[in-house]
Design a protein around this ligand. Structure first.
Ligand code: ASP
Length: 294
C-alpha cells in the first residue's frame, strides 16, 4: 500500500451564472471530505467512485438519480456506467426507468453479469433482482436539480439543459476507477441514450488513467470520448492535460460542449471543460480539497 490517493467528482457540465449554487458547493465540499477520509482508510477506488456517485445521485441536486429530469413523454430514463482499472471490468445500464441509484445497477452488472451494458426493461429487472431500490419513473417522484426551472424541461438549451455526475479515484494500492451517472438531456426523445453508459466514451478506467465525461453526449460519441484521451496518450505520447483538451476540441467540432475529470496513476488530475462552468471537486493526499462551479 502506498500513501497516495486522489479523488475527483463532478456534478455536470453547464452552469447558469445567474443562479445560486451555494447548496451544490456545500454538498460537494462535504462529499469530497467524506470521500477522502474513506480512501485514506484504504477503501478501493471502485468502491470509492460507486459510493460517491450514489451520494451524488441521492442528493437530487444534479441531473442524475433523484435529480433526473423527464423526457418528452414525462418519464425519467437514466444511464450509468462504472469501470475498474485493475480488473479491466466494466458495467453499465441505459434508458432504464424506475431505479433510485442507477450506478448500483451498473456495479451489479460489472460484478455479476457476463455482459457490459443492459438497456430498458431488462436493465430495470436486473437491477431489482440484484437488490436495487425501485422508484416510480414518473417525473413527480424526482426533484428539479439546482439551476434548472420547470419551464426549461422541454427546451434544449445547450450548456444548461443537461447534467451528469461522476467520480474518478486512485486508491492507496494504485488502483484506478471511474463511475458516471446521468438523467441525460432534458426534453430528450424516449429511448435516447447518450455517452455516459458507453464504456470508452463517457466513462473509462485502466491501469494508467480514469476518466468521467459530461456534456452533450452525441458530440462525445461522435468524437471518440474518453478512449480518445487514452489513445492520444498511449499512441501519441501526449500528456493527460494535452490529450483531454484535444478531445474536448473535437467535441466542439462535433457541435457539443462539456468537460471531463481525469486522474492518472500518479495522482495527477485534470478537469477541463468548454461549457459554461462545471461543478467539480478534487482532493489528493496531503493537499486541501478544492471545489469550483465556474
Ligand atoms: N452526457 C450526458 C448525456 O448526454 C449529459 C451531461 O453530461 O450533461 O446524456
Amino acid at each position: 500500500m502506498t500513501s497516495s490517493y486522489a479523488i475527483a467528482l463532478h456534478g455536470g457540465a453547464g452552469v447558469n451564472p445567474e443562479r445560486d449554487y451555494r447548496e451544490v458547493e456545500v454538498h460537494l465540499s462535504e462529499l469530497i471530505r467524506q470521500c477522502e477520509s474513506r480512501l485514506k482508510q484504504g477503501q478501493s477506488a471502485i468502491d470509492a467512485v460507486e459510493q460517491a456517485v450514489i451520494e451524488l445521485e441521492a442528493s437530487g441536486l444534479y441531473v442524475a438519480g433523484r435529480g433526473s429530469a423527464p423526457n418528452i413523454s414525462g418519464s425519467v430514463e437514466c444511464d450509468a456506467a462504472i469501470m475498474d482499472g485493475p480488473s479491466g471490468k466494466a458495467g453499465g445500464v441505459c434508458a432504464m426507468q424506475g431505479v433510485v441509484n442507477p450506478i448500483r445497477a451498473a456495479r451489479a452488472v460489472l460484478d455479476t453479469s457476463p455482459f457490459v451494458l443492459l438497456a430498458g426493461d431488462g436493465a430495470r429487472q436486473f437491477a431489482l433482482d440484484h437488490g436495487c431500490e425501485a422508484i416510480s419513473a414518473t417525473a413527480s417522484h424526482y426533484r428539479l436539480p439546482v439551476g434548472i426551472e420547470e419551464a426549461e424541461l422541454s427546451v434544449l438549451d445547450p450548456g444548461l439543459a443537461h447534467g451528469t455526475v461522476g467520480a474518478v479515484a486512485l486508491d492507496r494500492s494504485g488502483g484506478l476507477a471511474a463511475a458516471t451517472s446521468t438523467g441525460g438531456l432534458l426534453g430528450k426523445q424516449p429511448g435516447r441514450v447518450g455517452d455516459t453508459p458507453i464504456t470508452g466514451i463517457g466513462n473509462w478506467a485502466d491501469s494508467e488513467v480514469a476518466i468521467s465525461c459530461t456534456g452533450i453526449g452525441e458530440a462525445f460519441i461522435q468524437s471518440g470520448g474518453a478512449r480518445d484521451v487514452t489513445a492520444r496518450m498511449a499512441y501519441g505520447g501526449e500528456a493527460l492535460e494535452q490529450a483531454s483538451t484535444a478531445m474536448l476540441e473535437q467535441v466542439a467540432v462535433a457541435g457539443g460542449d462539456g468537460g471531463l475529470i481525469a486522474i492518472d496513476r500518479r495522482g495527477n488530475c485534470v478537469m477541463p471543460f468548454n461549457s459554461p462552468g462545471m461543478k467539480r471537486a478534487f482532493v489528493r493526499s496531503g493537499e486541501a480539497p478544492m471545489v469550483q462551479i465556474l
